[in-house]
Ligand binder design. Structure first.
Ligand SMILES: Cc1cc2nc3c(=O)[nH]c(=O)nc-3n(C[C@H](O)[C@H](O)[C@H](O)COP(=O)(O)O)c2cc1C
Length: 396
């Protein structure tokens, strides 16, 4: 997907600059052309020679450098970029860009490019939380062609702990990949995704749940975002890595999920119900831990609310809804029945029995069912499945 893509990578004076070596390696390995521009401060922290070796091209450090090739470097790089990435981005470069300052090679090239600019802030938590920095970040986010990557929370090189760490190189790579891979078909649209497994409490320490990891829902959320949507995730319990920067509403049991969906659903254009919501929940939840006794015990279960059916009945005009199904047998027949009974636009049917598909895996085998169509997808990554599912729902 990335073969031949031209990435201009800006490196600024943060200790996190060493992590960008790994980002360059990932980009080169996937077939991108990388041109790096270092600020003077960045070149004090890491030798340009390392960047040149990894990127296999000349690293630019100075606006007025005399080059053998006769071109105006900041303009030629600005025009060449399919994507401009600044990682790490200091408070200084963010402030300069937000205020239109172009006083070195990097800031001048940023001002000259029409490419999308992806910024990965990296700084000490006190710098990051400084209202001036936050205002600059907010200002850049308000432009269509700037994407500000979420900063991580954790230990800093300076010894502080808090928010401001640069996103991990692999995560930045994935953002780049998604940004360059998907058409912006969801621009201006709002997408709601439910994901994970609900937890139905028996007593304060025990619960009933299922194996849903949340990976499929997160993939839909991330791809929707890369396609330009404003995304909200209603998340039950998940074991998958939670993508940074998503707008997440946490819920516990099926009842919570239902209440949250009921409260939120009217605000969205597309809804993907990827969560595995319990069909049954304990009739009562014991206040205290149930004590062990010698005999057997019975937990009486009652039906939960059918959230998909609620959405099918109450959907607003223009709103499109995709449910998910997972079966151990008669997958297509049961899923088609679900599509009709729930009165939704689409069901993504997962087989739990096929190799490489189902809970917790990175791949899936999905059949997409709509009123008059059945499309069987081959084994794909969950991200690839997500793109196909979203694209089909958009077409309806
Ligand atoms: C060792 C060291 C580490 C630094 N780390 C950061 C950092 O993580 N984030 C930041 O915004 N500034 C950091 N700074 C300060 C910047 O390097 C300084 O603001 C500089 O002017 C940035 O220039 P530039 O944006 O042109 O690269 C650091 C400075 C030093 C000496």
């Amino acid at each position: 997907m990335l073969k031949g893509k031209k990435i201009v990578l800006g490196l600024t004076g943060s200790i996190a600059v060493y992590k960008s070596c790994e980002l360059i390696r990932l980009l080169i390995k996937s077939g991108c052309e990388v041109d790096a521009i270092m600020t003077k401060s960045a070149s004090e922290l890491i030798r340009p020679y390392i960047i040149e070796e990894l990127s296999r091209s000349r690293c630019i450090t100075d606006t007025f450098e005399r080059t053998a090739v006769f071109d105006v470097k900041h303009i030629s790089l600005a025009k060449k970029a399919d994507l401009f990435v600044i990682a790490p981005a200091t408070a200084n470069i963010i402030g300069k860009i937000a205020n239109g300052i172009a006083d070195d090679m990097l800031s001048t090239t940023v001002m000259a490019t029409k490419a999308v600019k992806m910024i990965a802030p990296a700084m000490n938590p006190d710098m990051y939380s400084n209202p001036i920095v936050q205002n600059n970040i907010k200002k850049l986010s308000s432009y269509d062609d700037y994407i500000i990557l979420p900063s991580g929370v954790g230990d800093m090189a300076c010894g502080d702990v808090g928010k401001g760490r640069m996103a991990e190189p692999e995560d930045i790579f994935n953002y780049i990949k998604r940004e360059l891979s998907y058409p912006k078909l969801l621009k201006g649209k709002r997408v709601l995704v439910t994901c994970g497994a609900t937890m139905e409490p028996i007593d304060p320490v025990r619960f009933i749940t299922n194996h849903s990891s949340g990976k499929m829902g997160f993939a839909i959320a991330e791809v929707s975002e890369a396609m330009g949507a404003d995304v909200t995730v209603i998340k039950a319990n998940t074991t998958a890595k939670i993508p940074a920067g998503l707008n997440i509403l946490n819920v516990g049991c099926a009842r919570d999920m239902f209440e949250t969906v009921k409260r939120e659903y009217k605000n969205f254009d597309y809804i993907f119900m990827a969560a595995a919501v319990a069909d049954y929940t304990p009739l009562t939840t014991a206040k205290d831990k149930i004590k062990k006794s010698d005999g057997d015990m019975t937990v009486v279960l009652k039906r939960t609310d059918d959230i998909l059916e609620f959405l099918g009945k109450n959907k607003t005009s223009g709103q499109k809804i995709c449910g998910f199904s997972m079966e151990t047998r008669d997958l297509i027949e049961n899923s088609r029945k679900k599509l009709e009974k729930k009165n939704v636009h689409m069901i993504a049917a997962n087989s739990i029995v096929s190799e490489g598909s189902g809970f917790g895996t990175d791949t899936n085998i999905i059949t997409i069912l709509t009123k008059d169509k059945k499309r069987e997808l081959p084994l794909m990554t969950k991200e690839e499945c997500a793109f196909e599912i979203i694209s089909e729902l958009i077409k309806i």
